[in-house]
Design a protein around this ligand. Structure first.
Ligand code: NAD
Length: 474
């Protein structure tokens, strides 16, 4: 079994203690990653702190050139990294609608190139005979990045590249379930970046908490559950760290009356089930007019029954296993509760016998708000399809949730769809699509789905502080 190190100050670090990383399709370890103790957290933060002045003073164009070189390293090592992502997450190499490990690598490369070139020039607010006023963006210092297990490499890139682009140094702590591709990526990056600019420690919540509490960390960028995000906010208060929190979602989609069911069903299925439903902005609750709910749910169930579920290393697999036993248990418990509440399963709904955390993709009707499967984030391949009587009711039900990450409206009447979209309480709303993000458009949650945004100029600015410079003339 291959062993992967942590990376501190530009060198690989072995610790003699390891995290065993389980392949969720086989339920057996396939790699080990060196695990951090408190001394490694301190050493990584110290290395990042020591590297900060030099990196912050490096001209932006030179930093950008190094980031483009990082994208080149991802490209040159794509097949190896894809395989690591598939083995540690269970996500198929190709996947449903090509949303698999290949897309994770392709997205990571695209995000790196676009983010490297985002402008961060001073803004001139006033320039007249009296004075010139400029707004400058300065790096914050040491950024700690804490990532989840569902898109480990892509989310690492979403955190690291804007942080580095803005002149910060970084310590990343990947999820204890999926640190392998991140370790390999940081190794590749260290051949390009100066020592200490990008460091990696591995471990569970205790390592994340140590970073959150560390007095020499200036900002936390976190993607993960709302529960953990609240803990991080508490921990960060001690030294008033800056925060970007990308948290859980329970995205609603509303299909407006008169929909073309045949045309919409494959798009809705892809939105709900890519990566086995384990994406923050997957479609997680679908509201359909009562006149069409049975027809659309039956179409979705037919797609679910035909989806190819299996080990994502094999060609043609669309849905892999759940990433870990705990997530499979959550999905199984939600399915059980849905049955007890009168939910009708038109497809799937049970864990598969045998090895691997596989779950038969499920379409459930007969439920509404007030049941666990609708109110809670399932983060798995089980979608409630909910009937509504009129559009006002659909909007009310969609907004009746503490989360507010994404939402969607589906209709050929784009004007009506835009009106409804504007009333949804979420950070991103899509019309006739769901969950597609892009590196130049800000993305983040409202309500309890997060604080701040990633991507685009606004996302880059989250890794800076403002310095206003006023120059008096005469
Ligand atoms: P999680 O919150 O359990 O873990 C995320 C990370 O936090 C891991 O690295 C973990 O080790 C670390 N952690 C745990 N306890 C900590 C603590 N006390 N202090 C600091 N760090 C700690 O989340 P998960 O199960 O890995 O990911 C799934 C969740 O992530 C879902 O809710 C999903 O919606 C959300 N998510 C959100 C987005 C987004 O952009 N909004 C993207 C992907 C995933």
């Amino acid at each position: 079994m291959k062993t992967y190190p942590m990376h501190i100050g530009g060198v690989p670090v072995e610790t003699g203690r390891y995290l065993d990383i389980v392949d969720p399709a086989l339920e057996e370890p396939f790699a080990r990653v060196a695990a951090a103790g408190p001394e490694h957290v301190n050493a990584a933060v110290a290395a990042a702190r020591a590297a900060f002045p030099g990196w912050a003073a490096t001209p932006a164009a030179e930093r950008a050139a190094m980031l483009h070189a990082l994208a080149g390293a991802l490209d040159a090592n794509m097949s190896e990294l894809m395989e690591l992502v598939t083995r540690e997450t269970g996500k198929p190499l190709q996947g449903l609608n090509n949303v698999g490990a290949g897309m994770e690598l392709g997205g990571a490369i695209a995000w790196t190139h676009v983010t490297a070139d985002l402008p961060l020039a001073p803004e001139v607010i006033q320039d007249n005979a009296q004075a010139r006023v400029e707004v400058h963006r300065k790096p914050l210092g040491v950024v700690a990045s804490i990532t989840p297990w569902n898109w480990p490499l892509m989310i690492a890139i979403w955190h690291l590249i804007p942080a580095l682009r803005a002149g910060n140094t970084v310590v990343i702590k990947p999820s204890e379930f999926t640190p392998v591709a991140t370790s390999r990526f940081v190794e590749l990056a260290n051949a390009i970046l100066p020592p200490g600019v990008l460091n990696m420690v591995a471990g569970g919540g205790e390592v994340g908490a140590a970073l959150t509490a560390h007095p020499d960390v200036n900002k936390i960028v976190f993607t993960g559950s709302t529960r953990t995000g609240k803990r991080i906010m508490e921990g960060a208060a001690v030294s008033l760290k800056r925060l970007t929190l990308e948290l859980g979602g329970n995205d609603a989609g509303i299909v407006l009356p008169g929909a073309d069911v045949q045309a919409l069903a494959p798009k809705l299925f892809g939105a709900g089930f890519h990566n086995n439903g384990q994406t923050c902005a997957c479609l997680k609750r679908l509201y359909v007019h009562e006149s069409q709910v049975e027809e659309l749910a039956a179409e979705l169930a037919s797609l679910a029954s035909r989806a190819k579920v299996g080990n994502g290393m094999e060609p043609g697999i669309e849905l892999g296993p759940l990433q870990n036993r705990g997530q499979l248990d959550i999905v199984t418990a939600l399915a059980r509760d849905a049955r007890e509440q009168g939910g009708r399963f038109l497809s799937g709904g049970a864990a598969r016998d045998g090895k691997g955390y596989f779950f038969e993709p499920a379409i459930v009707t007969g439920l509404s708000n007030g049941t666990r499967l609708v109110d809670e984030e399932q983060f798995g391949p089980i979608l409630p399809v909910i009937a509504y009587r009129d559009v006002e009711e659909a909007i009310r039900l969609a907004n009746d949730n503490p989360n507010g990450l994404g939402g969607s409206v589906w209709s050929s009447d784009l004007a009506l769809a835009a009106q409804v979209a504007g009333r949804l309480e979420c950070g991103t709303v899509w019309i006739n699509e769901h969950g597609a993000v892009q590196p130049d458009a800000p993305f983040g949650g409202v309500k309890q789905s997060g604080l701040g945004v990633g991507f685009g100029r606004q996302g880059l600015e989250e890794f800076t502080s403002i310095q206003t410079v006023k120059i008096m003339k005469g």
